[in-house]
Design a protein around this ligand. Structure first.
Ligand code: B12
Ligand code: SF4
Ligand code: SF4
Length: 232
C-alpha cells in the first residue's frame, strides 16, 4: 500500500517545494496527447519546484542566459523526482506515469502530453492567472511543474479560488502584448480567451529562441512581473 502522506513526504524529501493530489474527474475533457492518456488513471500527483526569485528579478523585458540554465536544471530535478515517485508507486503495485516536465509532443498545436497547469490547479497548488500561468500563493508563478498519473487511491486536495483580482501587471509587462487581461473563476475555455496566442509563440520562438545565448523558447517576463511570490 502507498499512502497519500507517504507520497507527499517523499516528494518533498526528494526536492519538491509543493505537492498536491488531483482527482482526474476534475479535469475530465482536458485535451491530452494521446487523447485517451488519462483513461487508465484516477489521480494525479503534481509537484512544483520553485524558481529562484533572484534569477527572475534580473528579467524585465527578455530572458537571460542565467534563467535558461536555471530552467533546464529545474526540468531535470522535476523529471528526476517524478521518475523516483513513479518507481515507488509501481513497486507498491499501482500504475504510474511520470509526464515529462517540458516536452512538446504536438508541435503543430503546441501541446505536451497533458497540461501541468491544469493538473496543478486541480491538485490545489494554485490558480490559472491572467497570464495563463499557474500562480501559487507562496511562490506566485515562480514554479515549474510536473505531473504523475496513477491509479493509486489517493486523497485529493481542495482547489483554490482565483486571486488575480484587478491586477494587470503581466498584461502590462508582456513584450509581445500577448496577454488579453481577461478573468475567469476556474479556467479560460481556450488559450485564445487568455492570450493572443500567436504573439507569444512568435516572440518566444522567432525572437528569444533564435538568440545564440538563449536558444530555447523561453521568456520569463510574465513570471517576473507577477506580485505573488515576488521578493519585497
Ligand atoms: C507547449 C508549451 C509552451 C508553448 C505553448 C504555451 C501554452 N500556453 O500552451 C509556448 C512555447 C508558447 C510556451 C510558452 C511559455 N511557457 Co510553456 N509549456 C508548454 C508545455 C510543454 C505544454 C503546454 C500545453 O500542453 N498546453 C495545452 C493547453 C491546452 O493548456 P494550457 O496552456 O494549460 O491552458 C488550458 C488548460 O489549462 C485549460 N484548463 C485548465 N483546467 C481545465 C480543465 C478542463 C476540463 C479543460 C477542458 C481545460 C482546462 O485552460 C486553458 C485553456 O483551455 C508545458 C508543459 C506541460 N506539459 O504542461 C510548458 C509550461 C506550460 N510552460 C511554462 C512556462 C513557464 C512558459 C513560459 C513562461 C516560457 C518560459 N519558460 O519562460 C511561457 C508562458 C506562455 C503563457 N503565458 O502561457 C510552465 C508553466 C509554469 C507555471 N507556473 O504555470 C510549464 C508548465 C512547464 C513546466 N514544467 O513548468 N510554453
Ligand atoms: S511568455 Fe513572454 S511573450 Fe509570452 S505571454 Fe509571457 S511575457 Fe508575453
Ligand atoms: S501578474 Fe497579476 S494578473 Fe497576472 S497572473 Fe499575476 S496576479 Fe494575475
Amino acid at each position: 500500500m502507498v499512502s497519500t502522506l507517504e507520497i507527499k513526504q517523499r516528494a518533498i524529501e526528494l526536492g519538491a517545494d509543493l505537492v498536491g493530489i488531483a482527482d482526474l474527474q476534475r479535469v475530465e475533457g482536458l485535451p491530452t496527447v494521446p487523447q485517451k492518456l488519462m483513461e487508465p488513471y484516477t489521480h494525479a500527483v503534481v509537484i512544483a519546484v520553485a524558481i529562484s526569485p533572484d534569477v527572475l528579478e534580473q528579467i524585465t523585458t527578455e530572458p537571460t542566459p542565467l534563467y535558461l540554465h536555471h530552467y533546464l536544471a529545474a526540468n531535470i530535478l522535476l523529471d528526476d523526482i517524478n521518475l523516483r515517485l513513479q518507481r515507488e508507486i509501481m513497486r507498491a503495485g499501482f500504475r504510474a506515469l511520470a509526464v515529462p516536465a517540458s516536452q512538446i509532443v504536438d508541435k503543430g498545436n503546441w501541446m505536451g502530453h497533458i497540461s501541468h497547469k491544469a493538473t496543478a490547479k486541480a491538485a490545489g497548488l494554485g490558480w490559472q492567472g491572467k497570464s495563463l500561468l499557474l500562480v501559487t500563493p507562496k511562490y506566485g508563478p515562480r514554479v515549474r511543474l510536473a505531473t504523475l498519473l496513477t491509479n493509486a487511491p489517493l486523497e485529493p486536495d481542495s482547489m483554490l479560488a482565483n486571486r488575480c483580482g484587478t491586477c494587470q501587471r503581466c498584461h502590462d509587462a508582456c513584450p509581445a502584448a500577448a496577454i488579453k487581461g481577461g478573468s475567469w473563476e476556474d479556467h479560460p475555455q481556450t488559450r485564445e480567451d487568455a492570450l493572443y496566442f500567436s504573439r507569444c509563440v512568435e516572440k518566444v520562438n522567432e525572437d528569444f529562441a533564435k538568440r545564440p545565448e538563449i536558444g530555447k523558447p523561453i521568456c520569463g517576463v510574465c513570471i517576473s512581473a507577477c506580485p505573488w511570490g515576488k521578493p519585497k
